[in-house]
Design a protein around this ligand. Structure first.
Ligand SMILES: Nc1ncnc2c1ncn2[C@@H]1O[C@H](COP(=O)(O)OP(=O)(O)OP(=O)(O)O)[C@@H](O)[C@H]1O
Ligand SMILES: [Mg+2]
Length: 283
């Protein structure tokens, strides 16, 4: 395994240009290094630049300032663009917008067809990808009959078939019910554990970030905080100041502190319940 970082964002800025000329800087000198195999969550208020960063990472846009490298490939280098897109798979919010095949297996095969993979190998890779998302029994199903969570799992299989290094989920759970959300997050963690895929999960749900290796907080086109979930959620006042929610247990810890009750920090509700029981029993 290469020890070089999989993502290198070096002083990257981005400005959208529209009919009225150049707009504001939506990314402002962002520096980030992401090591292979990291599970990263990205949070930040609406318009903080999360989706723009995602689109720069898979070379849909190129930086207007600075340099962005994926697996040491500069995203400005047009000769690398397809290799970068194969390496950085994207899953978007609306599952209905990313399913194109008339059957689940056709849908998963779509990206491979575009790459010109021979039919025999394509069959093997489609089956492997469907197995990796536990959807093999739905291979011949019509995608529109699946639940939202199942559709997102098929979309993830389509990306997995291309053997990516990084999967970016841009609010991929936002339109799902709680069950679908749980399924998709469990799958992301499983692919991270068993296939070593680097995951970048952009989300508005703080609870989804608790099991990440790293949480990056964006604000106004800059990185405001960057650390483990424990480190980042210690910065309660900073997060509240930019209107960001924190996991329930963290909110509870601070409410209790306001009421004069000190509890040790916990990111999970179960941890907080244990801590409260311990406090009650030792009073
Ligand atoms: N195509 C575009 N043209 C012009 N401005 C844009 C375009 N897309 C996004 N923006 C602006 O860029 C800024 C960053 O947008 P971006 O979509 O990256 O934010 P975000 O953090 O993903 O927000 P959200 O949480 O709402 O998805 C916003 O001010 C947005 O209005
Ligand atoms: Mg967005």
């Amino acid at each position: 395994m290469s020890s070089a970082p999989i993502v290198q964002v070096d002083g990257v800025s981005y400005v959208y240009s529209g009919e009225q000329g150049e707009g504001a800087k939506v990314l402002d000198h962002v520096d980030l290094v992401i090591e292979q195999g990291t599970f990263v969550s990205v949070i930040g208020h609406n318009g903080s630049g999360k989706s723009t960063l995602a689109k720069l990472l898979n070379a849909l846009f190129v930086p207007t300032g600075g340099v962005l490298r994926i697996c040491q490939m500069d995203t400005r280098d047009t000769a690398s663009i397809w290799e970068i897109r194969r390496n950085v798979g994207m899953i978007f919010q609306n599952p209905d917008n990313q399913i194109i095949g008339t059957t689940v297996e056709d849908d998963v095969a779509f990206g491979l067809e575009n790459l010109g993979v021979p039919p025999d190998e394509m069959r093997i890779r489609v089956n492997e990808a469907l197995a990796s998302v536990q959807m093999e029994s739905f291979a011949l199903s019509q995608p529109h009959k699946l639940s939202g969570g199942q559709k997102q799992r098929v979309a993830i299989a389509g990306v997995m078939a291309l053997k990516p290094s990084v999967i970016i989920m841009d609010e991929a759970t936002a339109m799902l019910d709680p069950q679908g959300r749980k399924e998709v997050m469990a799958l992301a963690h499983q692919l991270h554990r068993t296939n070593g895929v680097t995951i970048l999960n952009i989300t508005h749900f703080p609870e989804e970030t608790i099991d990440s290796d790293r949480v990056i907080v964006m604000s106004g086109g800059k990185v405001l905080l960057d650390g483990t979930p424990g480190q980042v959620y210690q910065e309660y006042e900073t997060l509240r100041a930019v209107g960001l929610d924190v996991p329930f247990a963290v909110r509870m810890q601070h409410r209790l502190a306001e009421a004069g009750v000190t509890v040790s920090p916990s990111l999970r509700q179960e941890g907080m319940v244990e801590e409260l029981c311990r406090l009650l029993l030792t009073r």
